[in-house]
Design a binder for this molecule. Sequence first.
Ligand SMILES: Nc1nc2c(c(=O)[nH]1)N[C@H]1C(S)=C(S)[C@@H](COP(=O)(O)OP(=O)(O)OC[C@H]3O[C@@H](n4cnc5c(=O)[nH]c(N)nc54)[C@H](O)[C@@H]3O)O[C@H]1N2
Ligand SMILES: Nc1nc2c(c(=O)[nH]1)N[C@H]1C(S)=C(S)[C@@H](COP(=O)(O)OP(=O)(O)OC[C@H]3O[C@@H](n4cnc5c(=O)[nH]c(N)nc54)[C@H](O)[C@@H]3O)O[C@H]1N2
Ligand code: SF4
Ligand SMILES: [Mo]
Length: 660
Amino acid sequence: MAESASVRESVCPLDCPDTCSLSVSVDGHGKIVGIDGSDRNPYTDGFICAKVRSYGKRVYGPERVRRALRRIGAKGEGRFEEISLGDALDLVATRLSETAARFGAEAILPYHYGGSNGMLNDDGADARFFHLLGASHLEKTVCAVPTGIVASALYGGMVGVPIEDYPLARCIVLWGVNPAATSIHTFRILREAKQAGAYVIVVDPRRTKTARLADLHLQPYPGTDAAVALGVLRILIEQGAAAGAFLDAHTTGFEELRAAAAEYTLERVAEVSGIAPHQVTAFAENYASASPAVLRCGWGLERNRNAIDSVRAVLSLPAVAGKFGVRGGGFTMSMSGGFTIDKPALQRPDLRRRPARSVNMSRLGRALLELDDPPIGALFVYNANPVASSPDQHRILAGLAREDLFTVVHEQVLTDTARFADIVLPATTVFEQNELHKAYGHRYLQYSQAVIEPVGDAIDNVTLFRELARRMGLGSDDLFDEQQLQEAALGREQAQQLREENVHLGAVDEVVQFGTVWPKTADRRVHLAPPELGPFRVRSATNDRYPLVLLTPASERLINSSFGEFNLPDPRIVVHPEDAAARNVTDGAWVRLFNDLGEVEIRARVSDEVPAGVVSMPKGVWRKSTGNGFTSTALIADEVGEIGGGACYNDARVEMMVRP
Ligand SMILES: Nc1nc2c(c(=O)[nH]1)N[C@H]1C(S)=C(S)[C@@H](COP(=O)(O)OP(=O)(O)OC[C@H]3O[C@@H](n4cnc5c(=O)[nH]c(N)nc54)[C@H](O)[C@@H]3O)O[C@H]1N2
Ligand SMILES: Nc1nc2c(c(=O)[nH]1)N[C@H]1C(S)=C(S)[C@@H](COP(=O)(O)OP(=O)(O)OC[C@H]3O[C@@H](n4cnc5c(=O)[nH]c(N)nc54)[C@H](O)[C@@H]3O)O[C@H]1N2
Ligand code: SF4
Ligand SMILES: [Mo]
């Protein structure tokens, strides 16, 4: 007998700062018939994005992986036969054991990122499994590395100003961030703040929907933010707007910062970044005079060789201008540092018998093609789609095509990466599994339970790694027990409270930087010149052969590559009218974008939303959505930042011509 229809609570686990609470309507047959926002988590306030409202299309869509699949075609061809889940797990366990026996366990590489931002399904049970196995360690570098390094070097990961407090601010700076697309709840709050009279400054090369809200919009040449921020700092310091008493009491390294800033005269800033002098002074004046003033630093400016210097100059602003000590003043970076989560207890690095080599995920292709001693014999992908999302697509494709590589992909849909698998394992969506969610854009911890039965044979990551550990004789079942994982992460009391209440404020209630929260550096001071970051450097990278900078920002329609199976089937490269005219490119025309690494065929949209010399296409589109089956990452080198090894997506140089 069918149950009656009901509305059940869930949480969005996608790699999006908003981590919305959801209300899911399930019909009498146990099928999702509607997904909407819920106000259980006050930040969500009852509304969600269009992508997740139509998530049902993904749960039941034609691309959904319902059964385990074994490759029967050539690598990448995407021809598979269905096999039973039990057989697939046996096969994977056997092949991993064989690889470890032949080359050592370091020949196994786990590859994962934020497909599920949940604590149980990413860097939870899986981490325990790969530690027990002794696999290579994956350095997670495709996102948030420079911002994370700088936020901890300067402030020791101090809790950020909650977005809900932004309406208190009189001046709001949005630097390299586009919440109109990437955090719709932030955008709503920004509009409120603007209505309440806040002066809004946006620093972004593109005229985004967020920038259209701004009173002042600075469009620096990509990668030159350090020059702009140092220019503003110089004005603040020279005009006596630096917060002397605060700097004396709460910072170190001010003299070094002052010396670096002194070089950035208005002329120098204009020369390096293209920003007109009057815009730099307008920034300094409005920012200096407003209180509270808050700065939201995003991730767009970090995907670049100058990332560390850009982010550190930007995050120095509130300290030098003395913006702390009032509610609604200071800065926001990731909010995830505010939660008390015991990562070692959750991930159990102590289960590893000996240290293993590290492999930078942003150089996957090179790792697959070039590593030896031992070579990578088995690749295990979950929560990630590197063919669409990681740098240097051609190298990745060549690596995945290796006949001697055994590739397992645990996935919800048959992605561009899954098509290269030897074995595809069907993964549950959040609606079919339990999950523990911390957000990186707000302070609420949430717990969600399955609202429907798994589709087909789908299994969640926790169960998957428990099953494999059993088959391989690694550890014991309780290491892969959901409740045990929750309690390890949160402590018994908090875990239990969360299971009962489903949502609670996990981080500080009232945040006043230098009031209720302080830097977590050893001396509780801001380090304006941390020695580990070295001297300031802004490297220019103009290139005569490939004169256009390619930016690949987030779009409203995808979360990284997720939903690309049906969203953004016809993406566009946005080209400034001057660059278009110089190359006879008209609006809607097919163009070839190319450099030494590859080529992408895509249609152009001619618009002055981008400055001359800059082109932009959305990140994460699927291979089937372009003319030749290659996407932006085919043009993005796997060169990574010197400090931290972060990917440099927004640092690619290309040329463009009309497709013959
Ligand atoms: N809808 C949607 N939401 C998302 C995502 C998504 O794919 N889709 N992705 C999620 C993830 S994983 C992340 S990390 C966040 C990212 O959130 P954001 O930081 O907002 O996103 P980005 O689009 O990467 O970059 C923001 C802006 O930086 C600009 N930019 C590029 N280069 C530079 C530069 O050198 N200097 C400056 N000042 N600006 C620059 C770009 O033009 C872009 O508009 O969003 C999350 N939310
Ligand atoms: N060109 C360009 N590329 C970029 C960027 C850029 O700026 N430019 N930005 C980068 C950024 S910010 C990020 S964060 C990375 C993200 O890169 P990835 O983390 O690789 O993101 P996705 O491509 O969305 O792949 C996530 C996959 O995980 C799967 N998944 C979701 N939940 C689960 C689960 O519970 N279990 C399993 N097994 N799988 C699951 C989804 O179906 C999806 O296919 O991309 C980067 N890629
Ligand atoms: S993708 Fe972001 S805005 Fe959309 S439902 Fe998920 S958390 Fe909310
Ligand atoms: Mo990201």
